[in-house]
Design a binder for this molecule. Structure first.
Ligand code: AMP
Length: 216
């Protein structure tokens, strides 16, 4: 199974990809998580990515494509993958197709998460994340039992730098300008399935299973 989860920031791609990759025994490949790990570890990649990430801009294509080339050649991706947060430009989509073709592979499906802009803003600006275990909360719709403290591990909750409102608006604009053209790109190739990204997490998960041909 080789899938791409496509959609704006805050659409729920990460939440669903993490759970479904575990369910299906495939790799969860999230470029945003990989970059944040590089940043926390203080690597050269992390330092280079930082100035783009904190503005909500895209990291240059050649950097991200190099990262993905390595990641998809790794042993766990051989059993299949869900890519989340990539591709974000047409150049990245072309590069992905090339990488897979060289390996004698192809994408099975691209799943687009459709969520209104109002809902995206609500989700992103209210999002809080545990510094220790990365569990996500929402100040209003999914608050922790004690404000500022993670229910799961007692860690401190924080707001991602790029979840502040000014940066969120920029990320949504960048999505509309650079990433949304991928909808037509994948639709023309017969690969795109749209899933409603609003509703209960479980209902959305079932719709994704159906779109991926993996109903239970
Ligand atoms: P995410 O966690 O997917 O929202 O990504 C966080 C940030 O990482 C983005 O706002 C970009 O700065 C950077 N990033 C993640 N994936 C990509 C990508 N495929 N291309 C360029 N930049 C990316």
């Amino acid at each position: 199974m080789r899938l791409v989860f496509l959609g704006p920031p805050g659409a729920g791609k990460g939440t669903q990809a993490r759970a479904l990759a575990r369910e299906w025994g495939v790799a969860h490949v999230a470029t945003g998580d990989m970059l944040r790990e590089a940043l926390a570890a203080g690597t050269r990649l992390g330092l280079e990515a930082k100035r783009y990430m904190e503005r909500g801009a895209l990291v240059p294509d050649d950097v991200i494509i190099g990262l993905m080339r390595e990641r998809l050649a790794g042993p766990d991706a051989a059993r299949g993958f869900i890519v989340d947060g990539f591709p974000r430009t047409i150049a990245q989509a072309e590069a992905l197709a090339g990488l897979l073709k060289d390996a004698g592979q192809a994408l099975d499906r691209v799943i687009y998460f459709e969520v209104s802009e109002r809902e995206l803003l609500r989700r992103l600006t209210g999002r809080r994340i545990c510094r220790r275990c990365q569990t996500a909360y929402h100040l209003v719709s999914a608050p922790p039992r004690t404000p500022g403290v993670c229910d799961a591990c007692g860690g401190e909750l924080y707001q991602r730098e790029d979840d502040r409102e000014a940066t969120v608006r920029n990320r949504l604009e960048v999505y509309a300008r650079q990433t949304a053209p991928l909808l037509a790109y994948y639709s023309q190739r017969g690969l795109l399935t749209t899933v409603a990204g609003e509703g209960s997490i479980e209902a959305i998960r079932s719709a994704i299973r159906a779109a991926a041909g993996a109903e239970r």
